[in-house]
Design a binder for this molecule. Structure first.
Ligand code: FAD
Ligand code: NAG
Ligand code: NAG
Ligand code: NAG
Length: 475
């Protein structure tokens, strides 16, 4: 009796193993014909970098498939629709540089661009959100410091696209940005770079490299010539159009995640990717893969990583950036309330905390931004925002934190994938860049460039020839 129970148990265990193997199976015979997707390139992540890569590779004649874990494309591009009017409010990605790459991309999707319109508060109140006290602080004029900054940037032309560093890495790129600011008298720039680099929650402590990648020469030029945005003030339009293009081409898997990846598993160099989708498991057979999600270990579950890959992905650290839209704040219409520190270095906002309450095109609908050097739960962030509203002591204003209503909220975690100065000095980016094309995988997104869509599209553009050429290479 005991023996047969054991036998039964073993049979049962074999059965469980067989079922779970079938779920992850990379054998053609375990899939219906409709569930095998054969493409030149599999792009994982349908946000900024991934959608650009997919669009261009398809234009260049490659067949593609996009795997996106969320039910919509767009990544950090969040657009809210006001229910009563249908009006669109961008509360994620807002602005782009006016470059030919950006213009061509929007032209592909027939989306009209125009000057970015900053929502018109007629008053800005500065307050220290830790106490709620209004601070009489005049934001410094950054013009002179910007000129000095560009002089510094020009020393490092290799930073224009990607993070390509010489060996040894120039010492100034490694020192904490606060020391660099002091060394080169750039104090008047710090408020500006903090504003442009929202979500870099401790930029002053970070290696100067990251400040340089953020406020690039291209971005300085854009500050002078003006940002652009969609004429309809709906940055999600390109992702809506891309959703249609790739759905019609049977090339978009939304709400989908990878169960396993086996690369170059046969002599043809074909990678096999098993994906869980809302309509069951699919087997993708692709010659090449583009990774367009943050390259941190939790995003590579099920992948057949080698030591070279694991070494790079395990090194990243990241921060957290949150955005939302609220109503019923009690704040006056047309007034922005921005966070400054009464006694912080350069009066930058104390974080974790908010950047501010900012008016949108919809009266009474207020954009809120919050960053932290470490991850906080959504409920903690929301309640910290509510408390910050309650602390504000603006003469003549009674805020109503108890009535605060959330219309939208997005946690952008991980944000700002980065490594330490020691890692940079030790050749981290040389090892990371060596992964481009390794095992027929290429990488794009903010970790490889900076948190800037226009720059990410230029970076992605610079990878394309390499991806195309791999077609005929022997691997
Ligand atoms: C609130 C906010 C405002 C911003 N404003 C601007 C701005 O005005 N201008 C600007 O240029 N930049 C802005 N940025 C910076 C932004 O980071 C970049 O523009 C850009 O979106 C980053 O591109 P990415 O491709 O690296 O990431 P994302 O655009 O986030 O794309 C990554 C995609 O991968 C998906 N994904 C993640 N993990 C997986 C997985 N395991 N499997 C499958 N899919 C996965 C995600 O869901 C996402 O769709 C802003 C960012 C935030 C958060
Ligand atoms: C963008 O640049 C192009 C070419 O220089 C110019 O024609 C166009 O007016 C610019 N657009 C905006 C909105 O500034
Ligand atoms: C530092 O820069 C400011 C402008 O940002 C300038 O007014 C000042 O003279 C500079 N100081 C020195 C010592 O160069
Ligand atoms: C500011 O905007 C509000 C709301 O649009 C308006 O009522 C007020 O008159 C404006 N104030 C000034 C000084 O323009």
């Amino acid at each position: 009796m005991r023996a047969s129970l054991t036998t039964l148990a073993l049979v049962y265990l074999d059965f469980v193993a067989a079922v779970s193997n079938a779920l992850h199976s990379t054998r053609d015979e375990d899939y219906g014909a409709d569930d095998i997707i054969t493409r030149d390139v599999c792009i994982v992540g349908g946000g900024s970098g991934g959608t650009y890569a997919a669009t261009r590779l398809r234009e260049l004649g490659q067949s593609v498939v996009i795997i996106e874990k969320e039910p919509i494309m767009g990544g950090h591009t969040n657009t809210y629709t006001v229910p009563s009017s249908g009006e669109k409010i961008d509360y994620g990605v807002v602005v782009f540089h006016n470059t030919s790459i950006v213009r061509n991309y929007f032209a592909h999707y027939n989306v009209a661009l125009g000057p970015a319109i900053t929502d018109t508060a007629n008053t800005t109140v500065l307050a220290d959100f830790r106490t709620g006290d209004v601070i009489n602080f005049i934001l410094p004029d950054p013009s002179a410091a910007l000129v000095a900054w560009v002089t510094q940037l020009e020393k490092y032309p290799f930073l224009a696209t990607g993070i390509n560093l010489p060996d040894p890495v120039p010492a100034d790129l490694l020192i904490p940005f606060k020391d660099f600011v002091q060394k080169y008298n750039l104090s008047d720039l710090v408020q500006t770079i903090t504003e442009l680099g929202q979500g870099y929650a401790d930029l002053l402590e970070q290696p100067t490299l990251y400040a340089m990648k953020l406020l690039s020469i291209d971005l300085v030029q854009t500050l002078e010539s003006g940002f652009i945005a969609t004429a309809a003030r709906d940055n999600h339009l390109i992702y809506d159009a891309a959703t249609i293009e790739f759905t019609l081409a049977n090339s978009l898997l939304l709400s989908s995640h990878i169960l396993s990846v086996q690369r170059n598993s046969n002599s043809n160099g074909i990678s096999k990717i098993v994906v869980k989708t809302p309509s069951g498991s699919k087997l993708i057979k692709a010659k090449k893969i583009v990774v367009a999600f943050p390259p941190i270990p939790s995003n590579f579950e099920g992948w057949d990583l080698d030591d070279q890959e694991r070494d790079v992905f395990n090194t990243y650290k990241f921060e957290a950036y949150y955005t939302g839209l609220v109503t019923n704040t009690g704040l006056p219409l047309s007034t922005d309330v921005d966070n400054v520190g009464a006694n912080t270095p350069f009066n930058i906002p104390a974080l974790p905390g908010m950047y501010g309450f900012d008016v949108t095109a919809q009266p009474g609908l207020i954009d809120v931004k919050y960053a932290s050097p470490f991850v906080q739960s959504d409920s903690t962030v929301k309640s910290n925002i509510q408390s910050a509203l309650g602390r504000l002591q603006i003469p003549g204003v009674t805020t109503t934190p108890g009535k605060l209503e959330w219309k939208a909220f997005q946690a952008h975690v991980p944000f700002f994938d980065h490594v330490t100065a020691e890692d940079i000095q030790g050749g981290f980016y040389t090892r990371a860049n060596a992964l481009q094309g390794h095992r027929r995988v290429w990488y794009t997104g903010a970790a490889w460039e900076s948190q800037d869509s226009s720059a990410i599209w230029s970076f992605t553009e610079s990878l394309l020839q390499n991806i195309l050429q791999a077609e005929t290479d022997n691997v």
